[in-house]
Design a protein around this ligand. Structure first.
Ligand SMILES: [Zn+2]
Length: 96
């Protein structure tokens, strides 16, 4: 019996599936987004507050309200205007 590869592959897939469910809000002001570090697979939650709702010409505007333990936000921003989120475990920046 060798379950090592099965476990890592499938639990990650399940998490991503879960994240897709969370990422489909029906216009809530606050939004919890599951984040997974691309470097060390640390899992956390980013809580965003949507702003500029209903005004698509302004693009996706949102404020980062809270990050779970293990991640922190930098003062820099990504191309889409979101704060850069960094893993404190391995210092990998979250992909936009
Ligand atoms: Zn990491």
């Amino acid at each position: 019996m060798c379950l090592t590869g099965w476990r890592s592959g499938n639990s990650f897939g399940a998490l991503m599936y879960l994240a897709q469910g969370i990422l489909m809000p029906d216009y809530r002001e606050q939004l919890d987004v599951l984040i997974v570090c691309p470097g060390c697979s640390l899992v956390g939650v980013a809580t965003w507050e949507e702003s500029g709702r209903g005004d698509r010409s302004r693009g996706s505007e949102r404020n980062l309200l809270h990050l779970s333990a293990g991640f922190h936000a930098e003062s820099e921003h990504t191309l889409s205007g979101d704060p850069v989120i960094v893993c404190e475990n391995c210092n990998t920046i979250q992909k936009d």
